[in-house]
Each structure stands twice: as C-alpha cells, then as structure tokens.
Write a protein that binds this ligand. Structure first.
Ligand SMILES: [Zn+2]
Length: 272
C-alpha cells in the first residue's frame, strides 16, 4: 500500500493536504470519532450554547483549563514531520488542517491554513481584544485553585473529560478590558469557518492537482466541501485514515492505517 501511495505522491507533486484529528492522536491528543465515523463521546460544545448559557461556558472553560497543560505540551509526531519534509521537498501546494493544536507549525510546516482556528488564541466577543491562551490559563487557575490538580482524558479541542460535579463553583474570568465573554479563537460546532479562510483554502485547491486526506473522516461540511470541489474538477483524492470517511465514494483509494507510521514510511520514499 505504501508503494501505491508513493506512486500517487510522485505523480502529483502539488498536493492539497487536508489533515484532521487522526494525525494528532500519536501526539497524545484524542480524536472525536471512531472508525465508524460516529461520536466516541459526547459531542463538543456548540456555539449557541456557549453564547447563551453561563453553565455551558463554565463547563467549557473548566474542561479546557484542566486539559490545557497537556495540550500545550503536546509535541509533533512522525506524521507531522513527514508532511513538513514533503513540503520542504516542494511537493505540497497547500496544507489545510482541521486541527487547532498548532502541531504542524511546531514541526516546521509553513503556511498552514487553520480551518478551525487555533486554541492558543483567545478573543473577547465584545471588544475584540486578543489574549494568549497561556495568559488566560493563569487567570483561570488564579480564579479556580481547586481545579488546578484535576486531570482528565484529553480531547481534540483541548478539553479534558470531566464529570459535572463542582461545575457550579467554577469561575470564568471575563475580558479584562471590557468585562465581556472570552472565547477561544476556534470555530465551534454550529459556527461558520471565516470566508477569508475558506477562500485561501479553495485557492490552494486550485493550485493542486490532487488531494491527500490525512487522519480525517471529513464528516463536517467545512472540510468535506474540498473533497466535493476536487471531485468536481476531476482531481484524484486519496485518504490515510482509520475507518470510514464521508468521502469514501469519491476516493481513488484509501490507506486504512496509522497516520504517523504511514507518512513516516512515505517520507522515506521522498527523502533527499
Ligand atoms: Zn473585551
């Protein structure tokens, strides 16, 4: 299967690479969906709930506070490094990721289009001031010393899986500039990807002659749309993903295996 994948990459030295949570699992960040494409756990917070419910914000920020140290310390894996090497070798026209963990950049990958934003940035929903997530973490910990020692299983958007107990005692720090609600600068479920980001990704797809999906079931439309567009323009699509993808009927072929190991083997074929 690696040979077939290497042939595909060799034939298309201008790939549109689309990555998802499956690429970062080897870095210790959990993904959301199982091999059947269904949710493994309770789906993540929706924008509407975050905006309308103080309790939803407490739930979000308490989980985020507990999950952040591990999320921030996560390191890129062999898959991230292999994709960065392919880019340096001039074989990547554009890279679009659904991940909010910044691990492509940590691996030295340049010009990554972050479809769903990045968790390291926080924005005030009213005055628009921006803050580093590490700074917000210090505010969260100062306001909630009892939560500092908690740990939970880490999910793809930096949440830890916590019980609902003690949620009522959790204090969410407001924007220090204006007192309004702070939100991580990521696209929540129920929220649209900013137009300029979609346009940048579509223009990357125009420059590419083929699509390589890595570690994504492309279940959300914000990423599936690129598969549809590629298919409409007769650009071949290949996926490296464990289990089903929404684009299965559009694929040339799929490598149903581990992203990091597969990409590592692929990169060896193009090392120079
Ligand atoms: Zn503000």
């Amino acid at each position: 299967m690696i040979d077939r994948l290497a042939e595909f990459v060799a034939a298309h030295p201008d790939l549109f690479v689309l990555t998802g949570a499956g690429l970062s699992t080897a870095s210790g960040i959990g993904d959301y969906r199982g091999e059947d494409g269904a949710w493994k756990r309770r789906p993540p917070v929706e924008l509407r709930d975050f905006l309308n419910s103080d309790r939803a914000r407490r739930r979000y920020w308490s989980r985020s506070m507990v999950g952040w140290p591990q999320f921030a310390a996560a390191l890129p894996n062999a898959g991230h490094r292999a994709l960065a090497a392919l880019q340096r070798a001039g074989r990547v026209a554009a890279t679009v990721t659904q991940n909010v963990d910044g691990l492509h950049q940590k691996a030295g990958h340049a010009d990554v289009i972050e479809l769903h934003g990045r968790l390291a940035d926080v924005r005030c929903l009213d005055c628009g001031d921006r803050f580093g997530r590490a700074t917000v973490q210090s505010w969260l910990e100062a306001a909630n010393p009892g939560f500092v020692s908690r740990t939970g299983a880490l999910l793809a958007d930096g949440d830890a899986e916590l019980g609902n107990a003690a949620l009522d005692g959790f204090a969410v720090p407001p924007c220090p500039t204006c007192g309004a609600v702070l939100k991580p600068d990521v696209v929540f479920f129920g929220e649209s990807v900013p137009r300029r980001v979609v346009d940048a990704a579509l223009s990357g797809l125009e420059r590419a002659s083929a699509v390589l999906i890595v570690g994504s079931s492309v279940m959300v439309y914000s990423s599936f749309r690129f598969c549809r567009a590629a298919h409409a323009h007769r650009k071949p699509i290949v996926a490296i993903n464990r289990g089903v993808t929404r684009a299965d009927s559009l694929l040339d072929f799929k490598v149903d295996g581990d992203c990091a190991a597969t990409l590592d083997a692929l990169a060896l074929c193009f090392a120079r």
